[in-house]
Design a protein around this ligand. Structure first.
Ligand SMILES: [Zn+2]
Length: 264
């Protein structure tokens, strides 16, 4: 905040002869309201609740954060977990769900090697008609490197079904890092399996469970599923080893031969 210090000094210099003393006082006051580091996790939670965190900086203050300039939220409120049910934004047609073709354009790296295990997770859901396979042409989904499109702390980005077809792209940021995951190091192959499983989840329709209110909640799932692959925070999913019962129930409800299957 050196720049700020200097400009304060100049501003005060016009008003007061004893610049130094005034500046010291001013700076102390100013520092109390200076923006401090607010973790990505807290920003994500605020965003999920619906606050504007991109246009107006969130500032950290004693015991909580200030959002949208004048709303104080205690940290204790943000610690409460408010998980929703599994939910979807849009669906593939039943027919398309039987043969989802994905082309692996990731190359020979930890993420590229993780794709098959991610596909297997979705293909291993009993009584679901969902089946995903890799192809080299004629794909529905292309999984590729992001080419700089994603933020440095964003690991992947899926897309949602439209016109009954799966989301067309999955971008993977191989170099992504966040201090809270692997101390800022890149992901391992096992961790990429989870991220890619999550992104495929979007491409077949699933929303983040915390954002269920944006879409259609799946009545057969329960509201508290802390180990769902569709949790919003990458930190919560990188260590997972399987889909939860709710994740599987969601897909079975969306894509099956049962009469109550949601796909058309
Ligand atoms: Zn996601």
């Amino acid at each position: 905040m050196k720049f700020f210090k200097i400009s304060v000094c100049i501003a005060v210099a016009f008003l007061a002869v004893q610049c130094n003393d005034d500046v010291e006082n001013s700076i102390e006051e100013i520092q109390e309201v200076q923006p401090q580091e607010v973790s990505e996790e807290i920003l994500n939670k605020l965003k999920t609740i619906g606050f504007n965190v991109s246009d107006i900086p969130v500032t950290s203050t004693k015991g909580g954060v200030v959002v949208e300039r004048d709303i104080f939220i205690p940290y204790s409120n943000l610690e409460e977990t408010n998980f929703n049910k599994q939910a979807f934004l849009s669906l593939m047609s039943c027919q398309n769900s039987r043969d989802v073709k994905i082309k692996n354009d990731l190359g020979d790296n930890a993420a590229g090697k993780a794709l098959n295990a991610a596909i297997l997770r979705w293909n291993s859901i009993n009584s679901s008609i969902l089946n995903i396979r890799t192809v080299t042409s004629g794909q529905d989904i292309t999984i590729r490197l992001d080419g700089g499109r994603l933020a440095t702390n964003t690991y992947g980005q899926g897309s949602f079904p439209s016109s009954g077809k799966p989301g067309a792209t999955i971008d993977i940021n191989l170099d992504a890092s966040a201090s809270v995951i692997n101390n800022g190091g890149v992901l391992t192959q096992a961790q990429w399996v989870n991220v890619i499983t999550h992104e495929i989840g979007h491409n077949i329709g699933l929303l983040h469970i915390e954002q269920a209110s944006f879409g259609t909640q799946i009545a057969t799932t329960v509201t508290d599923d802390p180990r769902s692959i569709m949790r919003i925070d990458t930190r919560d999913i990188v260590g997972l080893t399987r889909l939860t019962t709710n994740d599987r129930t969601a897909v079975r409800t969306m894509y099956s031969e049962f009469n109550n299957s949601l796909c058309k």
